[in-house]
Ligand binder design. Structure first.
Ligand code: OGA
Ligand code: NI
Length: 291
């Protein structure tokens, strides 16, 4: 199969093979968690300078305009990234649902990466071999109704730093997720029981830009709340990331430098969400930029 020339893609998988009861269960516990009294949720508060727990990530200054969103984030795999103190005991089956869901989504990511590799004429297992023990994190986003959706965003424009992102939109969600396509924001209409798949920055770099990460955002809604459950799947922090040799030749010059993935992750989470700006970290500086 001949691979794509250069594509920015986001797609929704329907035949993902994950049992509906698993999708329903994660949605249920996420909703229950966000509906708990603030006092209860605060037990799992995101500490300043960290990225796991309940609160708002990507807040870097006091005068920053905040997104209209509450987040709850957990590191899931490998074990050493877990903060067990932050795993809620209420709702009772929260942790169990996260475990079951994450195991299934992990398999889906591995499968999707296999097909992405094959679409580029590479061996199906290249990413799995390269990634080591892949890092997997879960973020639940809850967007309350917003009296002035014209003044604030649900989530600012960004691309994900991951290799792949799997996003589950809550049942009955209003349209909130949008992607930037040809300089216009296009809504991603929820398809019942489908999962939205995003290409993240890491796949853009590894494929030397053959697959481009998707710039996206979430808008707030005046009357309806909205829930999303997002899995980020990325290589192990130790590995070095850079365009794969098979995808670089005289017609396809190398567009990105090589760097340590842990370094990129750190750079990503310590910067504001600002379109695809964080990817500049990986871009090769041209002469005009360095002089
Ligand atoms: C994210 C994200 C969009 C949404 O969490 O990275 O893009 O619809 N979420 O919640
Ligand atoms: Ni995102």
């Amino acid at each position: 199969m001949i691979g794509p020339i250069e594509v920015t893609i986001i797609w929704q998988v329907v035949n993902h093979g994950i049992d509906l009861s698993i999708l329903e269960s994660i949605e249920k516990v996420a909703k229950e968690f966000f509906m708990l009294p603030l006092e209860e949720k605060k037990k799992y508060a995101l500490a300043p300078g960290t990225i796991q727990g309940y609160g708002q990530a990507f807040v870097l200054s006091e005068d920053q305009k905040l997104d209209w969103c509450n987040m709850f984030a957990l590191g899931v795999v490998p074990n050493f990234i877990r903060s067990p103190m932050l795993w809620p005991t209420n709702p009772e089956n929260f942790s169990e649902s996260v475990e079951v869901y994450s195991t299934e989504v992990r398999k889906l990511c591995q499968n999707l990466l296999k097909y992405i590799a094959m679409s580029l004429g590479l061996n199906g297992d290249v990413f799995e071999k390269m990634f080591g023990e892949a890092v997997q994190a879960l973020r639940m986003n809850y967007y309350p109704p917003c009296p002035r959706p014209d003044l604030v965003l649900g989530l600012s424009p960004h691309s994900d730093g991951s290799a792949l992102t799997v996003l589950q939109q809550g049942k009955g969600n209003s349209v909130g997720l949008q992607i930037l396509k040809d300089d216009r924001w296009v809504p991603v209409k929820p398809i019942p029981n489908a999962l939205v798949i995003n290409i993240g920055d890491t796949i853009e770099v590894l494929t030397n830009g053959k697959y481009k990460s998707v710039e996206h955002r979430a808008v707030a809604h005046k009357e309806k709340d909205r829930l999303s459950i997002v899995t980020f799947y990325a290589p192990s922090y130790e590995i070095e990331v850079g365009p794969m040799a098979e995808l670089v030749d005289e017609n396809n010059p190398c567009n990105y430098r090589r760097y340590n993935h842990g370094g990129y992750s750190k750079h990503y989470v310590t910067n504001k969400l600002q379109g695809k700006k964080t990817l500049e970290f990986a871009k090769i500086q041209t002469k005009s930029q360095t002089t």
